[in-house]
Design a protein around this ligand. Sequence first.
Ligand code: GLU
Length: 314
Amino acid sequence: MSKLKNPPSQPVGYRGRFAPSPTGPLHAGSLVAALGSWLDARKNGGRWLLRIEDLDTPRCIPGADQQIQAQLLACGLNWDEESSWQSERQDGYQKALEALNTLQLLYPCSCSRQTIAQTLAQRGIQTGRNQEMIYPGTCRPAQLKSYSSNELENTQLAWRLALPPNCEITFEDLALGSQKQNLTQEVGDFVLRRNDGLFTYQLAVVVDDALQGITHIVRGADLLSNTARQMHIQNVLGFKTPSYRHLPLVLDEHGEKLSKQTLATQIQTQTAKEALAELRKAGKHLGLKDLPDGENITISEWLLAATQAWEVDY
Ligand code: GLU
């Protein structure tokens, strides 16, 4: 197999998605991504899918997926098809890895974070604490090749995608405008399967978006720096590239992105009143104007007004 087949029937029309990691309940930041992607799909008469990204099993919290679904439903954000779980789609990721192996684009890597940091330091490159390290290519063989399936099954090593020289990706983000990233210089060969055997987010998200026929990706701007990597994988696997719109992040009082790591508090959706209050905050963050602010409005009425207020020009 040289390339994965394109998704069986590329659906006509808009298909969007919300893809939370079940590492905790929804917080104000994730609600913004959920609402933004939902409104964009609704405004465009499209479908909106829910995909639970439970790939990084050590970080997943049991029951968080159910909690997220309940919160979305309480906010009136219904999804159109059965929700899916990445943990159930390992075959698709494995096939993609095999296809990339056939294309002679993979190699195994035994570097630890520490050895990478040391190599970079020797080259005079310092990486900040929260910054990703540019892979210096330590394990990249002089001659790339296909590995046997036995070799590929070796889950003690990480498997990296070999980038071409000067791999520059440019794209137009529908919210943020022209974007450019030189993957070779700014990222380096990146990992598709980790040395604990887990497929990485970069690979899984590309395979899922393609297999689910996603045409429009609307998500938080914290994911912007991943987009070029994902487009490169799409290109080599022969997948269509969806359009991208990255939404403004919700920051805490220290200017940090809200996340479970920063112990962001979950949104309150026990009552319709609370859910509506959370939606209103998210809508304000998205810049929606002139929405009804009365006490007696229902969530459906508010969502309808929000859909009308959502401005898109595709
Ligand atoms: N699972 C990712 C997250 O929760 C989002 C993936 C995506 O939207 O591409 O941050």
